[in-house]
Every structure is written in structure tokens, then in C-alpha cells.
Design a binder for this molecule. Structure first.
Ligand code: NDP
Length: 481
């Protein structure tokens, strides 16, 4: 039996076949974090059946009482924050301060959606007819599926599950096989807080479980975060079944640096957004689009800061950048950098795997800055999902904006400037769902809508009050009195 189990109908249990998979520390391949059930469509069917059976009673509970369960879970998570942050660093690789930040944010997510139980508002709309009372009600969808990635292994499971649960749905959660432990901890805490059996089910696995959730006839909505390719398959399958779908996928997020910006601050903003969480954030900056008159001065500052970053195991003190999630991913990152260099980009910093001493045990990539990147290069168009910043010169604001919009993604975008006029024009004309002025493109808050445009996102927004729109259906009630 595996070290960790699936949660189905309130019972922790192995997969039907008994098969398991391993999860290893990306900073040290010799460190086995744990073994998990390798689930099949049969496990998913059992989880969906449990969710379907449990959902009506959960939906019948007054929503503020559902909120009480989630509030209690927030307190339990807060009490265990440090232990869970350490587990997160072991399974995902991010530095301990980054992991602590993610757990703290998850506590806030739980408190926020616990509170939403008292705010599942409808509206009263005046009728044009005499003595007709019209109002809208929010109803849950039933059973919903959540498929989550490895890069925020507790925050994303929480920000999908909690708005679903507070709305009265039952959830089948499939965490990433690359970081499955934190989602297990979240489920343990929700069970301990009093979530009734079957209301949240967790099915681990890789290869079959995700597709089986999407295909199951009783799953009424899917919320997915991950790659563009898998997101496309999920959307097609949901379209065929005519069920709701919400996708959060990649980004090719720009930071525009105008000549009037504080260049030191702009370099710090790009550094934070490009190399934080090892560049493995969908909101990471991967393109710094810099006015030509300051591109050299800006690049010098960014390169100096990137070279000063300390790369190493995230549990060690003073580390700025942890490992990539696995060997294949680290190899892909340096291969893409090499391809950019062959296409004419200049490697100003990094560009290689780091293997000296203790780094040889894991999957480390040096923080990388590329200069002379042109819009046609693959590195300027495709998501790298690693610690790589591509610097692209621009003639002026209009040219920078055109370059920023010249990709198929549209998740997050930053401008560094002292000009209010350029900042406001940027907010109006950039093709992105998240717009930052003098702030890193990554680093979003839980109480406000999150999502992108173009190929980055599909469906209603996540987080904030808008998240409830995805997990509820609106009934319009007409009453003659
Ligand atoms: P994937 O997009 O491949 O997602 C993997 C998850 O999707 C797994 O849980 C998998 O479960 C499930 N899945 C796979 N196929 C299907 C399907 N047809 N229907 C439903 N679910 C399915 O991400 P990876 O983790 O492999 O990461 C690959 C790349 O994705 C990264 O390198 C990065 O570029 C990007 N990414 C983007 C993220 C973001 O925040 N936007 C986060 C993480 C990754 P199962 O195999 O059991 O079906």
C-alpha cells in the first residue's frame, strides 16, 4: 500500500488496482517524499458516486454553516503552516519563505470563502407587470471536478475547491502527480474540520484519472490549471458533454520598462517576477521589453542581480531560487535557451544546469538573462516555465505595447513608468487579464478576480467573488402575488 491514499466517501483508501507512484524531492532525487495511489477510471467512478450521494445534504445545509467548516479548516491550516510549508518545499522545490507565503495565502483563501457563505447573494429585479415579484437565486451545480498543477500545490486546490464547496457542490479533486502531498494535507484538514464524508474526494494518479473525471457523466463542471495542450483536450471533452469548463493555462507575460522608469526598481521587479518560484508561475515575467535608450543600463542591473541570486535546495537558509520540478523540465529549459542562442540571442547570465556539489542531486538551472531577443524567436513566443528572462529592445511606448501584445497568450502584464498617461493607456490597451503598474507580473491577491485573455484562459474568472459565478447556476424566479 502507498504511504498516502485517495479520499473517497470519507475513507482513505488505495487505488482499486493497488498500483502506486513515487514522488521525489526535486532538490534531491534520493529523497522519496512518499508513494501515492495510481488511480484508474474505476477509482474516479467511486469518487464521483460518493460525491453525488453526499452533495444534496451538503447543499441543504445553510451556506453560513458550510462556511463554519471552512473557517475551522483555516484555523487548523494556520496551526500547521510551518510543517506543511516544509513538506511543500520538499515536494515542489520552492524556497521555504515562498512555501510559507503560499500556505499563508491559502489560510486567507479559506477564510475568504468561508465568509462567502454569508454572501451568496441573488438580486431583486423590478417587474414591468403589476404584483409580480422577480428575484434570482444561486444554486450549486452538483458534482464538480478540479484538476490542479504542481506549481502551487496547496493554493490552487484551495482556490478551486473552496468556492465550489461554499456554493454547495461536492468536489472530486485530482492533484498533480508531481506534487500530490499538499493537496492531501488540505483534504485531511477539511475532513478534520467537519466536512461530511463524500463532499470532497481526492483521487491521485497520472495518465488516466484526469481524463476520467472530465469524461464522467455526473461531473457538471471542470476547473483545470496546467498546460495549454491538456487544457485544449479538457475543453473539447467538456464541449462534447456540454458542461462548464474553466481553464487557466500558460502565459508569455511582458514587463515593459520605459526610459522614465526607476531602472533599479524595474530590474528588481523583473527579477522577482522572472526568477521567483524558479520561474514556474503562469504569471512569471518571461519578456522584459525595454526602451532602447535604457536597454543597456537596465540589462546590466538585471544581470548583476541575477548573478547574485543564490540557487540551491529550498529548505536551506538564504536560498533565492530552488530547483525545477524535475529533470526533464530542467533539461527543456536549457534546451530552449540554447535554441534561442542559436537563433541569435545573447546569453547575458546563466543558461546552464548547475550540478556542482549538492546541486548535482537535484534539477537546478542558473537564473538566465537573454539579450537581443527578437519577436520571431521561439523564446519570445512560447512559455518556458523556468528561470529565464528575455530582454527585447523597443523604440518607444507604442512599439513596446505592440511587442507585448504580439503573442497568443494574455495572462499578466506589467509596465514600469513614472508616466500616468502611459500607465493608463497600458491598462486600456494591453491584452491581458492582470495588469500591473510598477509591480511584478506575478504575486496576485485572493480577494480579487484572477484570469487572463486569449490562449491563457477560458471561462469565468477564478478567485475573488467572481469565482462563485463558475460554481453556481442562476435561477430567475417570477412570482405573481
Ligand atoms: P499538464 O497540463 O500536462 O497537466 C497535468 C494534469 O492534467 C495531470 O493531473 C493529468 O492527470 C491531467 N490530464 C492530463 N491529460 C488530461 C486529459 N486529457 N483530461 C483531463 N486531465 C488530464 O501539466 P504538467 O504538470 O505536465 O506540466 C506541463 C507544462 O504545463 C509545464 O511545463 C508548464 O509549461 C505548464 N504548466 C502551467 C501551469 C500554470 O499555472 N498555468 C501549471 C503547471 C504547468 P492524468 O495524467 O492522471 O490524467
Amino acid at each position: 500500500m502507498s504511504d498516502y491514499l485517495n479520499l473517497i466517501a470519507g475513507q482513505w483508501q488505495p487505488s482499486v488496482t493497488g498500483r502506486t507512484f513515487e514522488n521525489r524531492n526535486p532538490a534531491d532525487e534520493g529523497d522519496l517524499v512518499g508513494t501515492f495511489p495510481q488511480s484508474s477510471a474505476d477509482d474516479v467512478a467511486a469518487a464521483v458516486a460518493a460525491a453525488k450521494a453526499a452533495q444534496p445534504a451538503w447543499a441543504a445545509m445553510p451556506a453560513p454553516k458550510r462556511g463554519d467548516v471552512i473557517f475551522k479548516a483555516a484555523n487548523l491550516l494556520e496551526a500547521r503552516a510551518d510543517a506543511i510549508a516544509r513538506e511543500m518545499t520538499r515536494e515542489e522545490g520552492k524556497t521555504l519563505p515562498e512555501a510559507r507565503g503560499e500556505v499563508g495565502r491559502t489560510v486567507n483563501i479559506l477564510r475568504y470563502y468561508g465568509g462567502e457563505g454569508a454572501r451568496l447573494f441573488g438580486r431583486v429585479i423590478p417587474s414591468e407587470r403589476d404584483r409580480v415579484f422577480m428575484h434570482t437565486l444561486r444554486s450549486p451545480l452538483g458534482v464538480v471536478g478540479a484538476i490542479t498543477p504542481w506549481n502551487f500545490p496547496i493554493a490552487i486546490p484551495a482556490w478551486k475547491s473552496c468556492p465550489a464547496l461554499i456554493s454547495g457542490n461536492a468536489v472530486v479533486l485530482k492533484p498533480s502527480e508531481l506534487a500530490p502531498l499538499c493537496a492531501t494535507r488540505l483534504a485531511e484538514i477539511l475532513v478534520e474540520a467537519g466536512l461530511p464524508a463524500g463532499v470532497l474526494n481526492v483521487v491521485h494518479g497520472s495518465g488516466e484519472a484526469g481524463g476520467a473525471i472530465v469524461a464522467h457523466e455526473h461531473v457538471r463542471a471542470i476547473s483545470f490549471t496546467g498546460s495549454e495542450a491538456t487544457g485544449g483536450k479538457v475543453a473539447e471533452a467538456c464541449g462534447r458533454r456540454k458542461v462548464r469548463v474553466q481553464l487557466e493555462m500558460g502565459g508569455k507575460n511582458p514587463t515593459i520598462v520605459l526610459a522614465d522608469a526607476d531602472l533599479d526598481e524595474a530590474a528588481s521587479i523583473v527579477l522577482n517576477a522572472a526568477f521567483g518560484s524558479t520561474g514556474q508561475r503562469c504569471t512569471a515575467t518571461s519578456r522584459a521589453i525595454v526602451e532602447r535608450s535604457v536597454v543597456e543600463a537596465f540589462s546590466e542591473k538585471l544581470v548583476a542581480k541575477a548573478r547574485a541570486m543564490k540557487v540551491g535546495p529550498g529548505l536551506d537558509a538564504g536560498i533565492d531560487v530552488g530547483p525545477s520540478i524535475n529533470a526533464a523540465h530542467a533539461d527543456r529549459v536549457v534546451t530552449e535557451v540554447a535554441a534561442a542562442a542559436s537563433a541569435g540571442a545573447t546569453v547575458l547570465a546563466g543558461g546552464t544546469r548547475l550540478t556542482e556539489g549538492v546541486l548535482g542531486k537535484g534539477h537546478f538551472v542558473a537564473p538566465t538573462v537573454l539579450g537581443n531577443v527578437t519577436p520571431q524567436m521561439t523564446i519570445a513566443q512560447e512559455e518556458v516555465f523556468g528561470p529565464v528572462a528575455a530582454v527585447m529592445p523597443a523604440d518607444d511606448f507604442e512599439h513596446a505595447l505592440a511587442l507585448a501584445n504580439d503573442v497568443r497568450f494574455g495572462l499578466s502584464a506589467t509596465i514600469c513608468t513614472r508616466s500616468l498617461s502611459h500607465a493608463l493607456q497600458f491598462a486600456q490597451r494591453i491584452e491581458a487579464g492582470l495588469v500591473m503598474v510598477n509591480l511584478p507580473s506575478a504575486g496576485v491577491e485572493y480577494q480579487v478576480a484572477f484570469g487572463g485573455s486569449k490562449a491563457s484562459s477560458l471561462g469565468p474568472r477564478e478567485q475573488g467573488p467572481e469565482a462563485i459565478d463558475f460554481y453556481t447556476t442562476l435561477k430567475t424566479v417570477y412570482m405573481k402575488y
